[in-house]
Design a protein around this ligand. Structure first.
Ligand code: NI
Length: 186
């Protein structure tokens, strides 16, 4: 299994409707293993194949405290209700958005053994992930679903916060040295 680099907004592979999987075999299961490992490494709850540069209709879902699983050729067969949610994406780092998603979602897909499965979710993180990841294989990103630019929020970079903390510590140290010098201490 290999952690593969995540593709970011601006990469054309994220905008291409992905190809349908025709055969579920060992090479596909190896790809799914890489996707799962890449999702876990990036601390995501879902990942679609185009996000690692592979234009195939495959997503992996990794809900907290649950075994991750793959959905091949996922199709949303039912959705209903509306709710406002906060959402992010591994391919759009540093941002979150506020958008409308469904309350109830049913997805039909194949599992990694080629068996047909139906996943139902209601009013939870899974329902959100099912819509988000199915969008990915259709070349859609959550930023496309925002009502306006005001619904996109830039997150403060953890590096910027660390730099500020370091600068604060240097200032405090310099202040302490100045005070010590003024008091004639060594
Ligand atoms: Ni995403």
């Amino acid at each position: 299994m290999t952690v593969r680099p995540i593709r970011y907004l601006g990469d054309p592979v994220l905008r291409r409707p992905a190809k349908k999987v025709r055969r579920v075999d060992d090479s596909l299961r190896r790809l799914i293993a890489d996707m799962t490992e890449s999702m876990i490494a990036a601390q995501g709850v879902g990942l679609a194949a185009p996000q690692i540069g592979v234009s195939l209709r495959i997503v992996v879902i990794g809900m907290p405290d649950e075994e991750p699983y793959a959905l091949i050729n996922p199709v949303i067969v039912r959705r209903s209700g509306e709710r406002r949610l906060d959402e992010g994406c591994l391919s759009v780092p540093g941002y979150r958005g506020n958008l409308t998603r469904s309350v109830r979602v049913t997805v039909k897909a194949l599992d990694e053994h080629g068996r047909e499965v139906r996943i139902k979710a209601e009013d939870d993180l899974l329902a959100q992930a099912l819509e988000h990841e199915t969008d990915h294989v259709n070349g859609i990103l959550y930023v496309d679903r925002l009502d306006s630019g005001d619904d996109l929020l830039k997150l403060e970079s953890p590096y910027a916060a660390a730099r500020e903390a370091a600068a604060g510590a240097r200032e405090a140290a310099a202040g302490a040295r100045e005070r010590a010098a003024a008091e004639g201490a060594p």
